[in-house]
Design a protein. Structure first.
Length: 260
């Protein structure tokens, strides 16, 4: 199986229990993170704010290189817990990207959830090309990709790239993006048009491995969670599974023009 992740934590937070179940049954799982490249210094101001939170929690140095090195190490530890193989592309996430005129792509939190601009859409073509190469090399029986629930810019770009690269290819499961799915969807966001969902039930052991793996992303916890994050994840998983922990996914995504 090939599991595509927008950032260095998304696949594990959103789909880690399913990954644990697959590897427990002997399936080879490769977790491919798209936006795992190093941004340039000096950091954009909003990115510097993120790094200040990391330093306050004692998990990262101030440079772009140090931050990404730490995050890749966290991802390697998390994937080891799940017995999955991590792979990292060198594309730069929105937090660090700059527009063609040199200005930061994201000056505030709302920009992370803004509509794709022409510079962003160029990334869709680049990511689709790289993903097509990985699919050709690995020949996975199935690909699991983010559904872009919540509308995070990089998740939207990743979902669009996967849709383009996988058209006519192996079956795709579009997994629910956490923690964004914990918030009610806004009208018009990708979650609004996804249609009927399915639930992948998890054993207790697979759930525990997911939580252990998620705990490896220490640098991200100050931005994403309060200390009760395992309880919030479990409550949501039980809601999805009707009492038994499960992870949600869809068989098809709406296209940007609203058609499936």
């Amino acid at each position: 199986m090939l599991v595509v992740s927008a950032h260095l934590d998304d696949a594990v937070l959103s789909w880690g229990g399913t990954i644990a179940g697959l590897t427990r049954r002997g399936v080879r799982v490769v977790v491919l993170t798209v936006f795992a490249g190093q941004g340039g210094d000096p950091l954009p101001p909003y990115a510097e704010q993120y790094h200040s939170w990391w330093r306050a929690s004692g998990t990262a140095a101030g440079t772009a290189a140090a931050g990404m090195r730490l995050r890749r190490e966290e991802d390697a530890r998390a994937c080891a817990v799940l017995a999955a193989e991590p792979a990292h592309l060198d594309l730069i996430e929105a937090l660090y990207r700059r527009r063609s005129d040199g200005s930061p792509r994201c000056a505030a939190g709302d920009d992370l959830f803004s509509a794709p601009a022409p510079d962003d859409l160029a990334l869709v073509r680049a990511v689709a090309g790289v993903l097509a190469g990985w699919v050709a090399e690995l020949a996975p029986g199935e690909v699991h990709a983010p559904a872009a629930v919540g509308g995070h810019l990089d998740h939207v770009l990743t979902a669009r790239a996967c849709a383009a690269a996988l058209r006519g290819g192996p079956p795709v499961r579009w997994y629910e993006d956490l923690p964004y799915a914990l918030e009610p969807p806004e009208p018009g966001t990708p979650a609004a048009g996804l249609g009927p969902a399915a639930a992948s039930p998890l054993t207790g052991g697979d759930w525990r491995r997911k939580v252990e793996a998620a705990a490896a992303y220490r640098s991200q916890h100050p931005m994403l969670w309060d200390d009760d994050w395992p309880d919030r994840l479990l409550a949501h998983a039980r809601e999805v599974g009707g009492g038994t922990p499960a992870e949600r996914h869809w068989a098809a995504l709406p296209s940007p023009n609203g058609d499936h």
